[in-house]
Design a protein around this ligand. Structure first.
Ligand SMILES: [Ca+2]
Ligand SMILES: [Ca+2]
Ligand SMILES: [Ca+2]
Ligand SMILES: [Ca+2]
Length: 431
């Protein structure tokens, strides 16, 4: 039974009664849909038996009020269909806000409408606790939501919030969000530094922070800062990253400081270490003189190497150094190109090119039997000049630990393709 009076501009403050078949026994009554605030009456009741019932409407201030300005509409409807109810936040598996968690819902009823929604909480200790009513909300004008003061909720994982939504006839529906957690403790993490190879004194090095730990929610992301020198300014290196390491490229003679912090999935953020941060590292290049074959930094100035297996000693004396060589091959001969790591940290990468110096035939970074040195085996279909480029896998690696030896040897033979005339690239282009 729903009265619309003040809603439509009437002066009537309605009061409604449901009477049993005798016309006198009051089964239920209602003054205001929301006390003092929504003064039109609204009454739902589950009838106890078949038969005739009576509805009585009067003014709240009967008998002193009345007149043509005291009109109203009355609606009577039957509702046997439950509402629909869903919690939209927090969702399952969520981490609750540690201070104020707003529980939002999507509840509706197509027949008599939603009358009230009750909000419950259950602690993660299911054996020793019970459902607690957080709020019984009878006023949906601001939405069926609840602002929950969670400041007293202890750390845990596995709690639940639940709602029951009732329509005006008393039909109801429930919905729960489970596996909820409360995490108030930020993670711990600190940065460390390691060279790319053993104790290699290169411009670049690894900065890692994979020792991060969190008590409950787990680490969501990291921020990393660095400082160049003791008087430098802390500067963001990475923010909000899920990575746990990065390669840092410094300058020779500089000391770098690093610090990191982490945030967990509940939003708790650890604080950066003060002072010099977590760790520091000084870039100290071990300088070395250029090898005897420099300058050989492009195929145009490549130095010749014999194919008799004799060794040439090279190094990378500057960042990004490339060593180019050329040799003359015979068709039908198999060649083996090999480097050896004589300096300790010579991670060579070997490239073999056609006689134009740009068409790559093959390449090798690591010989699995001789890491980090390189090895290529290759059969020459065509006789003539070929080029070889050697560089370090790490373009920031150079100095006294990058010495390497290189040899090219004839290690076999085969029948070159018949009736196949191989011409130098320049002549092929001219055809
Ligand atoms: Ca309903
Ligand atoms: Ca935590
Ligand atoms: Ca060199
Ligand atoms: Ca290598």
């Amino acid at each position: 039974m729903d009265i619309d009076a003040k809603d439509n501009g009437s002066l009537l403050d309605s009061y409604i009664f449901l009477l049993d078949g005798d016309g006198t026994n009051v089964l239920a009554e209602n003054d205001d849909e929301i006390l003092y605030e929504v003064q039109d009456s609204h009454l739902g009741y589950q009838l106890p038996h078949d038969g005739t019932y009576y509805i009585k409407v009067r003014a709240w201030d009967h008998p002193s009020a009345g007149g043509s300005d005291y009109f109203y509409d009355i609606t009577l409807l039957r509702d046997e269909i439950s509402p629909s109810a869903r919690i939209t936040s927090p969702d399952h598996n969520a981490w609750l806000d540690p201070d104020l968690q707003t529980i939002t819902t999507d509840v509706s009823d197509s027949e008599s409408g939603i009358r009230h929604v009750t909000f419950y909480w259950h602690d993660a200790d299911w054996e020793n606790s019970d459902w607690i009513v957080l709020e019984d909300d009878w006023d949906g004008r601001d939405g069926w939501t609840y602002d929950w003061d969670t400041s007293g909720i202890p750390e845990q994982q596995g709690g639940a919030v639940y709602i029951y939504a009732y329509d005006w006839a008393g039909n109801y529906a429930g919905w729960g969000s489970y596996s909820l957690g409360m995490d108030r403790t930020p993670p711990t993490v600190s940065a460390s530094v390691s060279p790319l190879y053993g104790d290699a004194p290169f411009l670049d090095f690894w900065v890692t922070w994979w020792d991060g730990w969190d008590n409950l929610a787990g680490i969501a992301s990291y921020d990393v800062q660095y400082r160049d020198g003791p008087g430098g300014t802390w500067t963001n290196l990475l923010t909000g990253t899920a990575d746990t390491y990065t390669r840092f490229v410094g300058q020779d003679g500089h000391t770098y400081y690093f610090r990191t912090r982490a945030r967990d999935w509940a939003g708790n953020l650890s604080t950066y270490a003060g002072g010099d941060g977590d760790v520091q590292h000084t870039v100290q290049i071990c300088a070395t003189a250029a090898d005897a074959y420099e300058g050989d930094d492009s195929h145009a100035v490549a130095k010749t190497i014999a194919t008799d297996g004799s060794w040439q000693s090279h190094n990378f004396h500057a960042a990004g150094d490339q060593d180019w060589l050329q040799f003359t091959a015979t068709a039908g001969v198999t060649y083996t190109l090999v480097t050896t790591n004589t300096g300790g940290h010579a991670d060579t990468v070997l490239y073999l090119y056609e006689d134009d110096g740009t068409t790559l035939i093959d390449s090798n970074d690591d010989d699995p039997d001789n890491w980090p040195a390189s090895r290529l085996e290759w059969g020459a279909d065509r006789g003539g000049v070929y080029y070889v480029k050697v560089e370090h896998w790490d373009p920031y690696a150079y100095g006294c630990t990058t010495g390497y030896d290189l040899s090219i040897a004839e290690t076999g033979s085969f029948e070159p393709p018949a009736n196949n005339v191989y011409l130098p690239v320049i002549m092929r282009k001219a055809q």
